[in-house]
Ligand binder design. Structure first.
Ligand SMILES: [Ca+2]
Ligand SMILES: [Ca+2]
Ligand SMILES: [Ca+2]
Length: 447
């Protein structure tokens, strides 16, 4: 934004704030608490700061254009913010951002139509939501937020009434592999194909491992390898017998929650394993649901292809059956490794960005750098057989290494050789399921 535009914007604001500012302030005080507390917490603004409307901006500024801003510009993460759902999508061709395949645009509509019903449009007005039309981060040089009341209608049609579009997710993952309610009813518009932002392409890492535990279906996520209370809002997901997992299911640069139902219940070999994956941080319904595997299989996740997207897999005895998409279907990669009764583990043992495989047999770790059949590349002993094996890039150098969780005590090493732990800390308690997650550094959101 040039200085001339800044000056013009300031003048325009000064002229208009006094008249409309008071009413806008009244609206924002209530909404800051309700809509997206995480996003607001990241913004060093006072709740009394007035909203900048598109009309406040000089002619030709981005906010006066027709488009809605990306969610990753709002929150740092290329997923819908809490309190919103995808209500529709379109695709653009010829953008080169998705390796020659379709690029998908998904609009996240507010779900807070609490006080109103909807007509045939399926949308309620801004006056019914806590989302007022304004420039993203009150910046005339960004696109808009909550200014468009529209739904394409391919997703979440079970929700009769949604509010305006908060922001936009853009991905190479098709909508029906992002949200199970999305249909394939096609909509195409190439006009947005070059719309882009650096935050749509988070670095592939390395992101240092962060510890988590699941206790009675409550997820307690911590940011550092140290004792303390959860750093993230505690939420619940799953039910008795589910296996809990975390993965970066869309390449957003953050691992989110998932559970697999049927893995520990039901009759071995009969029925299905059902996967429930969340793309949004914190509480909410699963976005993506599909079947893969059968009872008795051990569910695993990994980035088998090195594209930053974690996808599913199962281990059946010593058979590894991996998918390169998060959807039902036949295995894309299958081979035999280990012995029945081994505990499977997944990690990037050589730091090339692709996950390898491994098994833990008692205290012995037998790791292989690639998801292929063959002998182990690394064999060593670590920990006591009673602890639950975990894997993480504890020191953030891009290479995964082992850990053990036992009654709330984590012991981890930063190498793939026999020896004692490099770091020991307490997080969680006996009976918890330990998990390892990761997240790109906190977004720097510039108002
Ligand atoms: Ca992948
Ligand atoms: Ca690797
Ligand atoms: Ca490491």
């Amino acid at each position: 934004m040039s200085q001339r535009l800044v000056d013009a914007a300031s003048r325009a604001l000064a002229a208009r704030t006094s008249r409309r500012g008071f009413l806008r302030r009244a609206a924002i005080v209530g909404s800051a608490m309700v809509t997206a507390p995480a996003a607001y917490a990241l913004r060093p603004i006072s709740a009394y700061q007035a909203l900048v409307l598109p009309a406040d901006c000089p002619p030709g500024s981005q906010c006066r254009g027709g488009w809605t801003e990306f969610c990753c510009v709002k929150t740092g993460v290329n997923t819908c913010p809490p309190g919103s759902v995808i209500a529709g999508w379109w695709r653009a061709e010829g953008s080169n951002y998705c390796g020659g395949t379709s690029r998908y645009y998904m609009d996240c509509n507010s779900t807070n139509c609490s006080s109103c019903g909807c007509g045939a449009s399926g949308t309620c007005g801004n006056e019914c939501t806590d989302c007022d039309c304004h420039c993203m981060h009150d910046n005339c040089n960004l696109w808009k937020e909550c200014c468009t009341r529209f739904r394409y209608g391919q997703c979440n049609n079970q929700i009769e009434c949604v509010g305006p579009i908060i922001c936009r997710v853009v991905t190479c993952v098709p909508p029906w592999e992002w949200d199970s309610t999305c249909t394939r009813t096609d909509a195409r518009s190439d006009v947005t194909r070059f719309h882009d932002s650096a935050c749509l392409h988070p670095p592939l890492g390395p992101y240092p491992a962060r510890p988590a535990v699941v206790r009675d279906h409550s997820w307690l996520l911590r940011d550092t390898l140290s004792p303390g209370t959860p750093d993230r809002p505690v939420f619940t997901l799953g039910t008795d017998g589910d296996v809990s997992l975390m993965g970066d299911w869309t390449g957003a640069g953050i691992a989110t929650a998932g559970v697999v139902r049927g893995a520990r219940t039901g009759i071995t070999g009969r029925g299905n394993l059902t996967w429930y994956l969340r793309h949004v941080e914190g509480p909410g319904q699963p976005d993506l649901t599909f079947d893969y595997g059968i009872p008795g299989d051990i569910p695993i996740v990994g980035d088998w292809t090195g594209n930053g997207v974690d996808t599913i897999g199962i281990v059946r005895g010593s058979q590894w059956l991996l998918r390169t998409r998060n959807s039902a279907g036949e295995p894309d990669i299958s081979f035999t490794y280990g012995e029945p009764g081994d505990i499977p583990v997944v990690g990037d043992w050589d730091g090339d960005g692709r996950d390898g495989i491994g098994v833990v047999r008692g205290t012995t770790w037998l790791l292989r750098n690639t998801p292929t059949p063959g002998p182990p590349d690394h064999t060593f002993d670590f920990g006591d057989a009673a602890g639950i094996p975990v894997v993480g890039d504890w020191d953030g150098d891009g290479i995964s290494s082992p850990g053990r969780f036992s009654n709330g005590t984590w012991q981890v090493i930063n190498r793939l050789t026999t020896g004692g732990p490099d770091l020991t800390f307490q997080y969680g308690q006996a009976g918890d399921q330990p998990l390892v997650w990761r997240r790109m550094v906190e977004p720097v959101v510039t108002p």
